[in-house]
Ligand binder design. Structure first.
Ligand code: SF4
Length: 331
């Protein structure tokens, strides 16, 4: 992986239009991401430096201090990172992420993140000192290393992600789990998900977010490159043959999604499977606006006791069923 060092001109903290990030600024330490997940939409962004290269901004720490110093009201949380992973396996990136998170946490500002990387021990030690201010989301869809390598070639192994979950839980941070993104015929089967849910349930996980793969031209190309030689590709093509065009919430572009009926049935099936292990599920409204538009994941990235209570209220299976049936009525 080639690391290009560059000064950042624009602000470090960026607002997000996503409902679930409701007022939470976002921070990307890099442009591009070393994990190279085949379903990654950020690989199509205009500032994407190309596969095999990431741009690491050199002046983020100084700029963050300046920006926070100028704010009349500092944010409650900062979200890492909508277009890259904060825990890419590159020392310079990890050093920068560590400095940024340490500044925020020491100022009493919470950090939220979603990662498919390995969280190094020094971060766990930092988070232990600020456990009420850390909101961790771990992306994982399989325990099978071969499958994981096919879809997320340079991300952490399933074993390393389970280790993240254990390490966070041990310091009092119960992470949210994201089945993000589920690939039809590859990672959504009971054979694949049952052992994963079993181990998550035993680890004390209470809630899992569900999202299916959607296609944009760049994702289509990368998925074909990663899986074109496998049986799974035929399954994916079959599942997408009656796809629907949807506009992701707060996004200008349209994507090809699996049809509504397929997603509803599969989300319900996975919810029932999860229930056996004491785990509640929810569907992301951003990526499923035709199913869960009203299911606001507001404050999902912030973690204080009031908001946590609100969040779990939304995750009741009753709520999920109501949302699904309301959605079919609308159709
Ligand atoms: S970890 Fe996230 S940002 Fe990085 S390649 Fe995978 S999906 Fe994209």
């Amino acid at each position: 992986m080639r690391v290009l060092l560059k000064e950042r001109k624009s602000s470090v903290l960026s607002p997000s239009t996503l409902k679930c990030l409701n007022g939470t600024p976002t921070l990307n330490p890099t442009a591009g991401c070393a994990h190279l997940c085949s379903y990654c939409y950020a690989r199509g962004y205009s500032n994407y430096p190309g596969d095999g290269t990431i741009v690491l901004y050199t002046n983020l720490v100084e700029k963050l201090e300046n920006e926070l110093g100028r704010k009349r009201k500092v944010p409650e949380f900062v979200y890492f990172s909508p277009s890259c992973d904060a825990f890419q396996p590159i020392k310079e990136v990890l050093d920068t992420t560590y400095s940024l998170m340490a500044i925020l946490l020491k100022k009493g500002i919470g950090v939220s993140f979603l990662t498919k990387g390995r969280i190094p021990d020094r971060f766990i030690a930092l988070f232990k000192l600020h456990s009420n201010s850390v909101n961790a989301h771990i992306g994982i869809t399989t325990l099978n290393r071969q499958i994981q390598k096919q879809i997320e070639s340079h991300a952490a192994t399933p074993g390393a992600r389970l280790k993240n979950i254990r390490a966070l839980t041990q310091i009092g941070i119960l992470p949210e789990i994201r089945f993000d993104l589920l690939i039809p015929g590859l990672t959504d089967s009971a054979d694949n998900l049952d052992p994963l849910l079993n181990i998550l349930g035993k680890s004390g996980i209470k809630s899992v977010g569900l999202n299916y793969l959607f296609l944009r031209p760049i994702i289509n190309r990368n998925i074909r490159e990663g899986l074109g030689h496998t049986e799974a590709m035929a399954e994916i093509s079959r599942a997408f043959c009656d796809n629907v065009d949807i506009r992701l919430l707060a996004s200008k572009s349209r994507v090809k999604a699996l049809n509504l009926d397929f997603r509803q049935k599969q989300y319900n099936r996975i919810s029932l499977l999860a229930k056996q292990y004491g785990i509640k599920t929810y569907v992301c409204g951003y990526k499923n606006p035709d199913i869960a538009e009203d299911l606001t994941c507001s404050n999902i990235w912030q973690n204080n006791s009031d908001k946590k209570a609100f969040q779990y209220q939304l995750f009741s299976s009753q709520h999920s069923e109501i949302t699904l049936s309301q959605s079919s009525n609308q159709d």
